[in-house]
Design a protein around this ligand. Structure first.
Ligand code: F6P
Length: 545
């Protein structure tokens, strides 16, 4: 297959993007631009009209996708082909959203029955805990969940429960511990009572240092505060693909919820890793979350590239990274419940597409995944939006806005919406020198002063954004939204011909971290490493003597 950068569409895009008019002009020239560049699917509306693109740009992007075999690559993922070539694994988080009658084969075995069995086990457990049938060691019902896990075993459950706060069972609270910094665990343990607390230990590998250390400390705390060894099974459950290691660790076999190596950590909230979510919002709502994601899967597989939401979003991200040298992408959620979503998308995208070699190991000759960052609107408008509007870097933005609030109060929501739409407009149209000067017309400044201020007020505009609307934030719309970003990430990785499903980069840090740990705990002065690392290790050692 021809390399991406050698495709005809690539060269054409390089030329075409250089002569594309300002977005203001594109809007002025075509009053139907929104109608042509907006799309509804799975309860979401995507307005992509405020992007640097005309019909020709879009056609070239779709050509690029076709020549790169995007549709075939999408089918390969859904069919369970071994697309994670370095770990020799299928990539089937989509199977976690499958209907019971689907057949999805891994090594010739249909995996759907196993998925459904685990979901049934989750449903039974959720029912037992939320009905009060599941009792702690003194016979009291569970009131607090402490979820211990990191990376995908933390961000998915944390961000989804946060987003679905209106759906919580009022009798339960959930606390998340990820960092190995003891402060994280100690602060949470101060809030809970061992008699009524359930610890959910989530680790796909069951080998992650932070999670093992936090679980051992939580267990010690439980035993020191009234619990006995025989009570552990009433207060500790685990979610893992390494059932043998969890059993060896002392987890009761009945309390282990399995997952599988064909589910990547950052794609795992749909598996039993989502147990804290299901406990908080109930299994019916958890199933709605799955149904929303399933609807997006269907759209992704079936819709033509030209009207395919994840494809369009993925292509725009590629456009800005590869043709406009954009190095970051901002996600701006105009909903307080969605304030954590940028951090979730950050792991999803950066751990997936932060790669420098193609599938066959060749160095890529174009940029790959951008820095993903963001936060909630309107807070960001009073902080980093200045750089979006007038900084020198081009930062494409996604604005996410539910049309209805879960907390309708006076004019709050209409003001929130007006800020969201106003920001997309300001980014797109900017402000010319003449407009800035005209705004200063009635002031007492001299002509020179006015000209100076006007120069500072000029905003180039032409800053791209997508706007995603949904009627209301529900488990179903959230499921669709998260699956949209999963597939958007896939689209970029597929076009760049990289492996979006491994993460070798984090492994070196883990290995060196363990080596440093041994040196920090050693009686000997550190001398074998570089001068900086030796000095830092020795400073730490001396401080603890
Ligand atoms: O640090 C990388 C990573 O492997 C993530 O991909 C993963 O989500 C996280 O660590 C936690 O891993 P585990 O669930 O195996 O504890």
């Amino acid at each position: 297959m021809t390399k991406l950068t050698q495709q005809a569409a690539w060269a054409q895009l390089e030329a075409q993007t250089k002569q594309l008019p300002h977005m203001r002009a594109l809007f002025n020239a075509d009053p139907k631009r929104f109608d042509k560049m907006a799309l509804s699917a799975c309860g979401l509306l995507l307005d992509y009209s405020k992007n640097r693109a005309d019909e020709q740009t879009l056609n070239l992007l779709f050509d690029l996708a076709k020549t790169a075999g995007l549709s075939e690559k999408i089918r390969a993922m859904f069919n369970g082909e071994i697309i994670n070539n370095t770990e020799k694994r299928a990539v089937l988080h989509t199977a976690l959203r499958a209907n019971a009658d689907e057949v999805i084969l891994v090594d010739g075995v249909n995996i759907v029955p196993e998925v459904k069995q685990t979901q049934a086990k989750m449903a039974k457990f959720v029912q037992a805990v939320t009905s009060g049938k599941w009792k702690g060691y003194t016979g009291k019902a569970i009131t607090d969940i402490v979820s211990i896990g990191i990376g995908g075993s933390f961000l998915g459950p944390k961000i989804v429960t946060q987003a679905l706060r209106p759906y919580w069972n009022p009798a339960l609270k959930c606390h998340f511990v990820a960092n190995v910094d003891a402060t994280s665990l100690c602060e949470k343990l101060r809030l809970v009572d061992p008699e009524t607390t359930l610890f959910v230990m989530s680790s796909k590998s069951f080998g992650t240092q932070e999670t093992l250390t936090n679980t051992l400390s939580a267990k010690a705390w439980f035993l020191e505060n009234g619990g006995a060894q025989a009570d552990i099974a009433k207060h500790f459950v685990a979610v893992t693909s390494n059932v043998a290691k969890a059993t060896e660790f002392g987890m009761d076999a009945d309390n282990i919820f399995p997952m599988w190596d064909w589910v990547g950590g950052r794609y795992s909230l749909w598996s039993a890793i989502g147990l804290p979510i299901a406990l908080l919002i109930g299994m019916d709502n958890f199933n709605e979350l799955l149904a929303g994601a399933k609807a997006m899967d269907k759209h992704f597989v079936e819709a033509p590239l030209e009207s395919n939401m994840p494809v369009i979003m993925g292509l725009f991200s590629l456009l800005y990274g590869n043709f406009y040298q954009a190095q970051s992408h901002v996600v701006l959620t105009y909903d307080h419940y969605l304030r954590g979503l940028p951090a979730y998308f950050q792991q999803l995208d950066m751990e997936s597409n932060g790669k420098s070699v193609t599938l066959n190991g060749d160095k890529v000759d174009h940029s790959t995944g951008p820095v993903i960052w963001g936060g909630e609107g309107t807070n960001g408008q009073h902080a980093y939006h200045q750089l979006l509007h007038q900084g020198t870097a081009l930062i494409p933005a996604d604005f996410i806005l539910p049309l209805q609030s879960h907390n309708p109060l006076g004019e709050h929501h209409v003001q929130l919406a007006s800020n969201c739409i106003g920001q997309t407009q300001a980014l797109m149209q900017g402000r010319t020198f003449d407009e800035a000067l005209a705004e200063l017309e009635g002031s007492s400044l001299s002509q020179d002063e006015k000209a100076l201020i006007a120069k500072h007020k000029v905003m180039e505009g032409n800053k791209p954004s997508n706007t995603l609307l949904m009627n209301k934030l529900t488990p179903e719309t959230l499921g669709a939204l998260i699956a949209l970003y999963e597939h958007r990430t896939f689209v970029q990785g597929a076009l760049w011909d990289i492996n979006s499903f491994d993460q070798w980069g984090v492994e070196l840090g883990k290995t060196l971290g363990n080596d440093v740990l041994a040196r920090l705990q050693s009686q000997q002065e550190a001398t074998a490493l570089d001068a900086s690392s030796n000095a830092l290790i020795n400073l730490y050692r001396r401080s603890t003597i």
